[in-house]
Design a protein around this ligand. Sequence first.
Ligand code: GLN
Length: 189
Amino acid sequence: MNIGVLSLQGDFREHIEMLKKCSVNPIEVRLPEDLRNIDGLVIPGGESTAIGNLMQKNSMDKEIIKKHKSGMAIYGTCAGAILLAKNIVGSNQPSLNLLDISIKRNDYGRQLDSFESELSIKNIGKFKGIFIRAPVIEKVDKKVKVLSSLNKKPVLIRQENLLASAFHPELTNDSRIHEYFIKMVKDYS
Ligand code: GLN
């Protein structure tokens, strides 16, 4: 089982370190061919427009979609969640169009820049949520399972083998969400 981390922009190094702690040997994905032997992909936080534009340049987006259709699981954190969404409110920036949600960028009101909040996550328990210019998940289809919410808005969701969070577990020392994703990848590969 191989897990890749999309390493075009953003905090991919933190995801790589976290996955190493979970005893997987992560692969840095920079080119479409790096996806070849991958069963699960992490899309990091960063700037979703920048990552989206870079992904389009060498048709990485098409390759990710193709791999996903043949079973590759994906976990998007923050900008990564935006890039998975079928609807990005008020924006026509590039997206992979896979996850049945509406998401709005930079929309946590006065706490726009960054904040921390204790979350309660289904089957995991309490977790430190680190939010940095986080998007708000405004609507989810009924296919989507909400694993955690904050102020009645979903912050961790799952749709089959897609996982997305508005916050950044890779910036904590807590690997439980990454472990959860690794199990998801195993279950689908
Ligand atoms: N605000 C960024 C965006 O819209 C996401 C921020 C993040 O990934 N921490 O792409």
